[in-house]
Design a protein around this ligand. Structure first.
Ligand SMILES: C[S@@+](CC[C@H](N)C(=O)[O-])C[C@H]1O[C@@H](n2cnc3c(N)ncnc32)[C@H](O)[C@@H]1O
Length: 218
């Protein structure tokens, strides 16, 4: 999607993707990835996700990247976190004790920014891209994730013709075909979550699978 699509969504606070609680698949599967609790965790397209607070509570240093300035400001304000910021080229770096966010475009984030991460967490980031842009995101993610680094990927899949994204449908096959060049992939869970998603029910989407994958950068 074009940056203005997301800026408009944040401006109008049309942020149905934001969860008021920590993601259940993160709660269930993160600990089994064995990422050192002191290790830094990268959260691409982080929005103002409370999942970052959960990761910080586990002891991680969190490194988010988010395009929209207001999203970042809302995150720190709503979680009562005292934050400093500095402008670094085309990004703005926000810093509090355990949660740093690079505000700006993930495509212009330098690989050295994430060179010390031990893990990563992608929820509603891969599925935010239409098919035509998704591969570009995967390539950038692969550039930013150092070899050997493990992460959790949370996706949605449904018959794409029944609803206009985002979120866009990403199937296990798409992930296998387009991501296995860069990552070892292991499916951890897959459940139909249609009943919990009124927008999809209203549009008569017949099924909606939420899946969690463990990814390891090759
Ligand atoms: C679907 S939301 C998901 C947010 C978050 N992961 C969550 O679970 O709530 C996608 C987010 O990606 C941000 N975004 C879109 N394009 C981006 C880009 N090129 N670089 C960084 N962030 C971007 C949007 O502003 C939006 O907050």
């Amino acid at each position: 999607m074009e940056p203005n699509f997301w800026h408009d969504k944040w401006h109008q606070q049309l942020i149905g993707f934001h969860q008021s609680q920590v993601n259940q698949l993160l709660l269930t599967h993160w600990q089994q990835l064995d990422i050192p609790s002191q290790g830094q965790v990268f959260v691409p397209l982080c929005g103002k996700s409370l999942d970052m607070c959960y990761l910080a509570e586990l002891g991680h240093n969190v490194l988010g990247c988010e395009l929209n300035l207001s999203a970042v400001e809302q995150f720190y304000a709503e979680n009562q976190l005292t934050v400093t910021s500095q402008t670094l080229a085309e990004h703005k770096l926000f810093n509090c004790e355990q949660i740093q966010i690079w505000q700006g475009d993930i495509f212009t984030l330098a690989a050295q920014t994430t060179q010390n991460i031990s893990g990563f967490y992608d929820r509603a980031a891969l599925i935010a891209w239409p098919e035509s842009l998704r591969l570009g995101y995967v390539k950038q993610l692969a550039t930013l994730i150092p070899k050997g680094c493990t992460g959790l990927l949370v996706t949605l899949d449904y018959p794409q013709e029944t609803l206009q994204g985002p979120p866009f449908a990403v199937s296990p096959t798409w992930i296998e075909v387009h991501m296995s060049e860069y990552f070892e992939i292991r499916l951890l869970a897959c459940h139909d979550v249609l009943e919990d998603n009124p927008r999809f029910v209203k549009k008569a989407v017949p099924w909606l699978n939420e899946a969690a994958y463990q990814l390891k950068r090759k």
